[in-house]
Design a protein around this ligand. Structure first.
Ligand code: F6R
Length: 607
């Protein structure tokens, strides 16, 4: 993960870079640092472990007359979160400053070689080998040194580097980690995400794998992996630097949960109309649809959970194999892939390394790829045959909430449209779906209101030993998501178990201090699920149930949150809203950092 921003120009670099880091904090918040270069070449570095506020106190120690600078916010991979391991890194003479996002996989062997040659390391990061390699290769031209070093590296990187002998110059390079350059007037920028520089320029070049950019205040040049210069592919982006304000809310998560009626409506706008579902963006793959023989969803974390109900629906409607895979497994051990396999990748950030890896595997096998993405302009949007945007708006809180429900909804919409186009969904079935889909924003509003009850439930059960989330069918994906939310936000142990599986082992955990959180939907397996909940209660486990379309929930649950009745695919999506609130309330009970849980980052750009 990690976020990078760099600047060459007349503005006060340290402040501009720090403001950029604020917008990149979603990429990691274990430590942060800034390096600035003065006109005489001298490099000054300030870096601190912990969140950006720690670095802010050190900013006045940096010179105010810098002509360039680079900055970094870290999500620790190699080496603990400490001042020494914070970026920028430097060589022994202090002549180089370097920031890195990614992992240098062969760093151990490179480090051994460098130490044998007399280099001394001051951190335990993988990144520091880059500084020493560049120092060894440097012969008066930073770009040439970087080109000499890159072939020696295995792994992923986005780097930005300065050298004291070339004041005002920044050289940047990328492989499998996002990096853009921003073109200004008498000033140039580099960043992990256009959002970090959007306050200054909207003229962006998205670097491709292997490319190297060379910046000074007066201009930017781009070079392909073979060293040849390539034209700048300048795009105007609309990204806004205003990463939202919390407004009346205490936490971004609270705000983002509350936005779900609007974000769900936005996902359907122009796509669910006139009694049918039609997503214009899918026209790009319409020629492939008739030939599809299998469907593979790929995603990670919450996005994976969001794919499960859509995959089950696809299999039912198309009558062909359809499934979801965790992208980190799929990318290295893919199923049989080819032009008749439709791959649907889901990602809020569009930068998740594993999801991008899975998409590369699919494309290498000539499989058509649809991407469901929130972040416009992200790498995934440039890697797919068709891109369907979530339109959920910026999600700041690390825990996915509105993006999760929009992903689950958009995946359903895509399956319905593909099935309609392929002749597997009749006009009357499409009309039935459309009618109910359009009720989703209203259902989300009433689920938000019902979620208020979670405050008292959380207070009652905080202090439990662990939580077992359960359901059957479509509700199971929601149970998995509920468990994930609780774990990541409150640091309590929770797992999602299909209700029928509890008796095969997990039931031995149950008892008065181990509540079961159930997603109870009105589906064909309802009675089976109720029996499983009775089994849990017989072991004295309290049952907390989010219930849709079922009366007399008091017979199988100790605490109930009622949500609107709907078909299981839709009810499952709505049921995730009270579970988000449950996790939020538990996080408050735990005194945890709601928007930035420990050890996490919003954009997971490492494997
Ligand atoms: C959990 C969460 C993560 C992400 C996962 C994939 O709340 O946010 O599990 O869902 O890291 O991220 P994206 O959707 O950006 O690919």
């Amino acid at each position: 993960m990690c976020g990078i921003v760099g600047y060459a120009g007349p503005q006060r670099a340290s402040e501009l870079l720090f403001a950029g880091l604020r917008t990149l904090e979603y990429r990691g918040y274990d430590s942060a640092g800034v390096a600035t270069a003065a006109a005489n070449g001298s490099i000054s570095i300030q870096k601190r472990a912990g969140k950006l506020d720690n670095l802010q106190m050190a900013l006045p120690l940096l010179p105010t007359d810098a002509i360039a600078g680079i900055a970094h916010t870290r999500w620790a991979t190699h080496g603990e979160a400490s001042d020494a391991n914070a970026h920028p890194h430097s060589d022994e003479s202090g002549g180089i400053a370097l920031v890195h996002n990614g992992i240098i996989e062969n760093f151990s062997e490179l480090k051994r070689e460098l130490e044998a040659a007399g280099h001394h390391f001051s951190s335990t990061t993988d990144t520091e080998v880059l500084v020493h390699l560049i120092e060894s290769a440097y012969q008066g031209d930073l770009r040439a040194a970087i080109f000499a070093v890159l072939p020696r590296l295995r792994g992923q990187w986005a780097i930005a580097v300065m050298h004291k002998d070339e004041p005002g110059r920044i050289v940047a390079a990328r492989k499998e980690a996002p990096l853009v350059i921003g073109i200004g007037d008498g000033e140039q920028f580099v960043a992990s995400d256009p959002i970090a520089i959007a306050a200054h320029t909207r003229r962006i070049v998205f670097l491709r794998d292997g490319e190297v950019a060379d910046l000074t205040k007066s201009g930017a040049q781009l070079f392909a992996a073979d060293g040849s210069e390539v034209p700048l592919r300048i795009e105007e982006v609309t990204t806004s630097a205003s990463t939202n304000e919390k407004g009346e809310y205490t936490h971004f998560m609270q705000k983002e949960m509350a936005e779900q009626p609007q974000s769900l409506r936005a996902a359907m706008l122009g796509r669910v109309t006139d009694g049918t579902v039609r997503i214009e963006e899918l026209d790009a793959i319409s020629a492939n649809i008739a030939g599809i023989r299998s469907i593979e969803f790929v995603a990670c974390g919450s996005a994976y959970n969001a794919s499960l109900a859509a995959a089950a629906l696809a299999e039912r409607l198309f009558g062909i194999p359809a499934r979801s895979s965790v992208a980190s497994e799929f990318r290295y051990d893919p199923p049989a892939l080819g032009p008749t396999t439709l791959v649907i990748a889901i990602s809020q950030s569009g930068e998740t390394a594993d999801t991008l890896g899975a998409v590369r595997a699919a494309r290498n096998a000539s499989a058509p790829v649809i991407a469901i993405v929130n972040s416009e302009g992200s790498t995934l949007t440039r890697s797919a045959d068709a891109v369907v945007l979530l339109r959920a708006g910026v999600e700041v809180s690390v825990a996915a909430t509105k993006s999760f429900t929009s992903q689950a909804l958009t995946a359903l919409l895509i399956v319905l449209d593909l099935a309609r186009r392929a002749g597997h969904l009749s006009a009357s079935d499409a009309a039935g779906w459309s009618k109910e889909l359009l009720e989703i924003p209203e259902m989300a509003s009433s689920a938000l209101t019902a979620s208020e009850g979670m405050r008292a439930i959380a207070a009652r059960f905080y202090g439990s030993e662990g939580f077992m989330f359960t359901s059957r069918g479509e509700g199971f994906a929601t149970a998995l998501e509920g468990a994930l939310k609780l774990k990541e936000l409150s640091y309590l142990h929770a797992e999602g178990i299909p209700a029928g599986e509890m008796k095969h082992g997990p039931i031995s955990l149950l008892g008065p201090k181990h509540p079961v959180v159930a997603v109870v939907l009105n589906s064909h397996t309802l009675q089976k699920l109720v029996s499983n909940l009775m089994e849990a209660r017989a072991r004295l486990s309290p049952v907390i149930a989010v219930v849709s379309g079922v009366d007399e929930a008091g017979e199988f649950a100790d605490e109930t949150i009622m949500i609107p009745a709907a078909r299981p695919e839709i009810a499952a999506l709505i049921a995730s809203i009270p579970l988000q609130r449950f996790a939020y309330e538990m996080a408050l009970c735990a005194g945890a950092s709601v928007d930035q849980p420990k050890n996490l980052a919003k954009s997971v750009t490492v494997e």
